[in-house]
Design a protein around this ligand. Structure first.
Ligand SMILES: *[C@@H]1O[C@H](CO)[C@@H](O)[C@H](O)[C@H]1NC(C)=O
Ligand SMILES: *[C@@H]1O[C@H](CO)[C@@H](O)[C@H](O)[C@H]1NC(C)=O
Ligand SMILES: *[C@@H]1O[C@H](CO)[C@@H](O)[C@H](O)[C@H]1NC(C)=O
Ligand SMILES: *[C@@H]1O[C@H](CO)[C@@H](O)[C@H](O)[C@H]1NC(C)=O
Ligand SMILES: *[C@@H]1O[C@H](CO)[C@@H](O)[C@H](O)[C@H]1NC(C)=O
Length: 381
């Protein structure tokens, strides 16, 4: 008996040590949902500059995040044959460099009753491609990062299978590996070879009623039947002011909400201030814990964000390019350690923490929050 007892004590000690050392940081995307953080560039790599920091497996099928870091050039033809997804919603976000995206609703394309739209996405601009929308894209600059969000998760299995498939036979499509056209439907890919990408861009846009850098970009609301374009900071903005336990600001700029995605996901950015103490500098105030019934991912773009997750002793401190994933129904908190910290969010189900913030926010017409170093110099007193 003493033996067994000491073994048990030793085991408990080991378990305690293991749990105390539990870190959010992983080397790569896990194969089942759990809280995790990845440094910039980490994730399951696929070659061709493609990295998957969030997959269907890692998010409980909520969404997939795909970074493409590659060289583009203005003279290249579109990188991929035009196609439609019937079950997958796909957002194209330019993180650096420039990306050109084209889109048009399939039904109205076939009926010749809509206009093809295209935008040149610079850093911070997004094009959202709802279901049943023909799309194709190309990278335009030598150092471009396109971050795609595909919903639901699991679509990425197509990319992995495509890469493993044999060398193209005659008659296969460029960009489709060894698949021929008839095999693509089972992966939710429907080529639209009659679609010809227009080349008449002026000031970064052609087609579509939506404005671009020349005015407010509104979100369409329910059942969008065209691509959604939001130029950086030209979309709707909401200011959330927290006063309990410390004062801070968050500006939510949604790209798509549950309305545009029929409740399947949301994406946007949040610009957050550090806690403002009486002296105006960042204090040690504790951030309020948040929780939602859907998965959440943050990718930091500017500044420094500290994220603490229930069950993990050490918060993860994220800088630009780093990503954190929090599964559904898991409590977490986040705090900015630098002025004007900004991150891109994706939440599953359209009922995430962005919605919680916007429910208690006011409409706001500036990219800056009311006080702190993020203000433009001329507004300082
Ligand atoms: C997801 O999990 C399935 C089942 O384990 C596996 O076959 C597949 O390769 C995984 N996908 C990725 C992208 O890791
Ligand atoms: C499509 O509609 C446009 C006018 O909106 C017309 O100029 C064009 O000829 C039509 N194309 C076809 C194939 O019917
Ligand atoms: C392209 O258009 C032609 C002529 O209208 C039609 O016969 C053909 O089926 C279309 N191809 C596809 C892939 O939609
Ligand atoms: C929207 O989602 C509901 C279920 O939440 C589903 O019944 C409905 O068919 C969906 N509508 C569209 C247009 O996909
Ligand atoms: C999260 O909690 C909600 C409400 O309790 C539940 O309906 C949902 O299935 C949970 N989601 C996951 C992924 O466990």
């Amino acid at each position: 008996m003493p033996n067994m007892k000491s073994t048990l004590v030793a085991l408990l000690f080991v378990l305690h040590t293991v749990s105390a050392a539990k870190s959010l940081w992983l080397d790569t995307t896990p194969q089942s949902p759990m809280p995790y953080a990845l440094k910039k560039g980490r994730g399951i790599a696929l070659g061709g500059g493609n990295t998957f920091p969030v997959t269907g497996n890692s998010s409980g099928q909520a969404f997939c995040v795909l970074h493409t870091n590659a060289a583009g050039s203005y003279s290249t033809n579109v990188g991929l044959f035009p196609h439609v997804h019937k079950k997958t919603y796909e957002n194209f976000y330019a993180v650096k460099g420039r990306v050109q995206l084209w889109g048009q609703n399939l039904d109205t394309f076939l009926a010749n009753t809509s206009e093809q739209e295209t935008r040149i996405l610079s850093q911070g601009d997004i094009g959202a491609i709802p279901w049943n929308t023909i799309h194709t894209f190309t990278l335009l600059e030598p150092d471009t990062q396109l971050t795609g969000v595909l919903v639901p998760g699991g679509f990425e299995e197509f990319f992995f299978n495509m890469q493993m498939s044999p060398t193209p036979n005659p008659g296969t499509l460029p960009g489709a590996g060894g698949f021929d056209i008839s095999e693509l439907a089972k992966w939710d890919v429907y080529p639209q070879l009659n679609f010809t990408a227009r080349r008449d861009v002026v000031n970064g846009k052609a087609g579509g009623q939506g404005r671009w850098y020349n005015g407010a970009n509104t979100l369409p609301g329910k059942s969008p039947t065209a691509p959604i374009w939001v130029a950086k900071n030209y979309g709707p903005k909401f200011l959330h002011e927290e006063t309990e336990g410390g004062r801070r600001y968050q500006i939510v700029t949604p790209f798509v909400t549950g309305l545009e995605t029929n409740g399947t996901f949301s994406q946007g950015t949040i610009t957050i201030s550090p806690f403002l103490s009486a002296s105006g500098s960042g204090g040690e105030t504790k951030a309020k814990t948040v929780k939602s019934t859907v998965a959440t991912a943050f990718m930091v773009e500017e500044g420094q964000l500290e994220v603490a997750v229930d069950g993990y002793d050490e918060p993860a401190s994220l800088i630009d390019g780093d990503l954190v994933f929090v599964p559904a129904n898991t409590s977490f908190s986040y705090v900015a350690k630098a002025e004007f910290t900004k991150f891109m969010y994706v939440t599953g189900g359209g009922n995430g923490i962005d919605k919680q913030l916007m429910n208690k926010a006011r409409s706001w017409n500036s990219a800056f929050y009311p006080s702190g170093a993020g203000r433009p110099p001329m507004m300082r007193i």
